[in-house]
Design a protein around this ligand. Structure first.
Ligand SMILES: [Mn+2]
Length: 441
């Protein structure tokens, strides 16, 4: 969903309102070398995109607040006929002036000259301190020149991490943003359900990966939001398994963690289903248990609750389930206290999601106090259970089973909405899809 330019202008204004004085510098992404002279597919910098909606590389946003007011300046690449033959057209300075609601547009070539003027009299520079070090050092160099120039009375002395300001804003999603995530999820849903339909014994994991990514691309998603995980059987117990090069075996489950990125917004879904189409009794018992835990954690989501509370709830319910199934022996209280369950569930209950799959947004406030959920926040809920095939402390029937079930949830004023609840998840839904029947829901 293309947003109106004024939304981006308002976002820029909101960032400026968070500071008293200073210059904010946010560069666009630049192409990264993959090997020799070929590059990785281009992905715009998330914060730059959030504030501009502009998809070209090598551009820069300069926002300034001073006693004189607010100023928004955009630097873009000039039109270049010779290069256009190779890499396609650019918007150029005049095109950018027409499109963006900013005060001024300049060519990137003018950046140093204009910055040397703009930064005179400025005390604070808000910039990415950590992930664009070359750019940061370049700006430091410009500031150093001003610092040593006796004719310049005031020059920047304070450098602050700009990302923190924008991440604060990105935490709460607008209706447009949530609608875009839902578009991403609609595509991701088809991919997961198709994988359930086509998976069969003897197929390589990468064949399922190819199917999933074909569906992403064929439906207008430019990319996956993260590396697709297709993990058959015991491979599911490697949390970030991306080799995807083993054969699917009869009797195994397959765990697929995959989500497309659509118009710069992520989706992040995990489903686990039987290769054969039917869960074995042991697989079904574990799956139903994890599913019940996931449903109970999702049900607890509402404004005011903290993520650590959801984590605790998730761990408690998983522990109780594991004790009931004979995976862990002991009393619930003792098991929780000793963290005996962490071997089987070593990760978090979920994470923020948005322009980034692990959205760059804080979990704590500036004092380090944990944030409470608010309407508009989007997070994943992804309990799992991972039992290694060599784990002799667990009854044999459960060994080599890895399960994760992950959905994407938006917090609403009254509770929550599961944005991915339409993707097959119950045993009945999954089993009917696996044998090629569209399940009744
Ligand atoms: Mn996730």
């Amino acid at each position: 969903m293309k947003m109106h330019e004024k939304h981006y202008a308002n976002r820029r204004k909101s960032v400026l309102k968070m500071i008293d004085e200073g210059v904010i510098l946010i560069p666009a992404a630049i192409y990264q070398i993959r090997s020799n002279d070929t590059e990785y597919p281009f992905r715009q910098n998330s914060n730059f995109y959030y504030l501009s909606g502009f998809e070209e590389d090598n551009a820069l946003l300069l926002l300034q607040r001073s006693k004189k007011g607010m100023k928004q300046i955009l630097f873009v690449q000039k039109k270049d006929r010779a290069k256009a033959v190779w890499t396609g057209k650019r918007l150029g300075v005049s095109g950018a002036k027409k499109r963006f609601l900013v005060d001024k547009v300049y060519a990137m070539e003018a950046l140093d000259k204009i910055l040397s003027t703009v930064l005179r009299g400025v005390q604070n520079v808000y910039i990415d301190l950590y992930d664009r070090k070359e750019f940061f050092h370049h700006i430091l160099g410009l500031c150093q020149t001003l610092h040593h120039d006796r004719r310049v009375k005031v020059s920047p002395k304070c450098f602050l991490h700009v990302n923190s300001l924008i991440e604060q804003m990105r935490l709460i999603k607008s209706h447009d943003e949530i609608a875009t995530i839902e578009r991403a999820l609609a595509i991701t849903a088809v991919a997961h359900e198709t994988a359930m339909k086509v998976a069969k014994e003897g197929m390589f994991e990468y064949e399922l990966q190819a199917k999933i990514e074909e569906i992403f691309r064929a439906n207008g998603a430019r990319s996956d939001a993260y590396s697709t995980i297709v993990a058959g059987g015991n491979n599911a117990n490697t949390l970030h398994y991306i080799a995807n090069d083993a054969k699917l075996r009869q009797g195994d489950l397959v765990l697929i963690d995959a989500g497309c990125e659509y118009e710069m917004y992520a989706s992040d879904i995990t489903r686990t289903f039987p290769v054969s189409g039917t869960f074995s009794p042991a697989q079904k018992a574990l799956y139903e248990m994890v599913l019940q835990v996931q449903l109970q954690v999702i049900a607890a989501i509402r404004p005011g609750i903290r993520r650590s509370k959801l984590q605790k709830l998730c761990e408690e319910k998983l522990c109780a389930g594991m004790i009931a199934l004979g995976i862990i022996k002991g009393r619930l209280k003792t098991v929780l206290k000793n963290g005996m369950h962490k071997k089987y569930f070593p990760h978090g209950v979920g994470h923020w999601m948005g322009i980034d799959v692990h959205d760059q947004a804080p979990y704590n406030d500036e004092q380090g106090k944990e944030l409470r959920l608010e309407p508009g926040m989007v997070l994943t809920i992804e309990p799992g259970l991972y039992i290694d095939k060599h784990d002799k402390s667990v009854p044999k029937r459960y060994r080599g089973i890895g399960i994760r079930i992950e959905d994407n949830i938006v917090v609403t004023a009254t509770g929550h909405r599961n944005l991915s609840q339409h993707i097959a998840k119950s045993v009945a839904e999954i089993e009917s899809l696996c044998v090629g029947v569209t399940p009744a829901r």
